[in-house]
Design a protein around this ligand. Structure first.
Ligand code: FES
Ligand SMILES: [Fe+2]
Length: 342
């Protein structure tokens, strides 16, 4: 295994939990971006994600901290902190400490996930997290799909960018996923922080067919490096969310979610349809595991030995990815050397 040479502190939206892991009054402990954090849900239902240590004497709020209405109370001396990380009560003083603040993170709850905005420069979010339904603008909603199926792998020695690069890597499908022929990309749009990739792909038939004759494919929307959503067409209706979040300087957690479309009301055997959908979802997850097996042991190659047909896609995605590295540690080695010599 090899430690990723890219910065593990990229900017963007990143998943830190699933919504159903944090009920009202729960305090959830986790570590991301090298920081101990807590996520807690107030009475109102609002989730707050903040650094874990109390600004008073440093107790870890995830070990005995309690939710009271809209504030989190420290287990050590009862100081209370609000959702902006401000101290609102010192129980044995007339007034709170207005100077100290616990770092909090912008939060979005969407598609049963909790996403935080991470930016080492503390800028406001400059793009929105993608939505597995709304991002495709097709009027679809969660009611059209069976319940979300999930994969969760923790502490893998990999970087979110490895996953995004799959979106231009047409040559891996045949070898990693067993497609009969290479897919072909029909859209690469890397102008904005939200990028778009479409490709024609088939998992059916043999290697005698021509990709031009295939009528199935995938559309992907990448919201920065942390979250990608996909939608299939011309095959079993499936959508996926992949979310990769750096934990520390060498590892990431990976979450992957699959939605399988419900059949119309006229379906004869709903139980059988549901079982089939679960099986198909498990197959999509199995295919994603095949990628993880590669990513978790890969050494990021920079500059890579690209075939000429790969040049445009990889160049575009690696250029795009630099938007998310405010510390500059996302460029090629040659570029970094030039920058440090300036
Ligand atoms: S350490 Fe949190 S109240 Fe004292
Ligand atoms: Fe893949």
């Amino acid at each position: 295994m090899a430690k990723p040479p890219l910065s593990m502190k990229p900017t963007g939206w990143f998943q830190v939990a699933w919504s159903d892991e944090i009920g009202i009054g729960d305090v959830h402990t986790m570590k991301y971006f090298g920081q101990e954090m807590v996520a807690w849900r107030a009475e109102s239902g609002q989730v707050c994600v903040m650094n874990a240590y109390c600004e008073h004497l440093g107790a870890h709020l995830g070990f005995g901290g309690t939710v009271h209405g809209e504030v989190l109370q420290c287990p050590f001396h009862g100081w209370q902190w609000n959702q902006q990380g401000r101290n609102v009560c010192i129980p044995y003083e007339d007034r709170p400490n207005r100077g100290r603040r616990i770092t909090t993170y912008p939060v979005i709850e969407r598609n049963e996930s909790i996403y935080i905005w991470h930016d080492i420069e503390n800028r406001e979010p400059f793009f929105d997290a993608p939505d597995i339904f709304a991002s495709f603008g097709d009027g679809s909603s969660v009611e059209d799909y069976y319940p979300q199926q999930r994969l969760f792998e923790q502490g893998l020695e990999m970087h979110p960018q490895y996953v995004l690069e799959n979106g231009v890597d047409f040559a891996h499908f045949k070898y990693v996923h067993g497609t009969p022929i290479n897919p072909i990309f029909t859209r690469h749009d890397f102008d904005e922080p939200i990028s778009y990739v479409d490709f024609t792909i088939t998992f059916e038939g043999d290697d005698g067919q021509r990709i031009e004759d295939v009528s199935s494919g995938v559309e992907a929307v990448n919201g920065g490096l942390g979250i990608a959503v996909t939608k299939s067409w011309g095959m079993i209706d499936n959508r996926t969310i992949s979310a990769i979040t750096p934990v520390d300087e060498s590892t990431s957690d990976i979450r992957f979610m699959v939605y399988i479309g419900r059949p119309g009301a006229e379906v004869r055997n709903p139980d059988r349809a549901r079982v089939k959908a679960e099986e198909f979802g498990a197959e999509v997850i199995r295919q994603f595991r095949q990628d993880i097996h590669i990513w978790a042991h890969q050494r990021y190659s920079d500059p890579p030995a690209l075939a000429s047909s790969e040049m445009a896609g990889f160049t575009a995605i690696r250029e795009w990815a630099k938007k998310f590295y405010p510390d500059g540690k996302g460029g090629s080695a040659a570029e970094l050397a030039a920058r440090s010599a300036q």
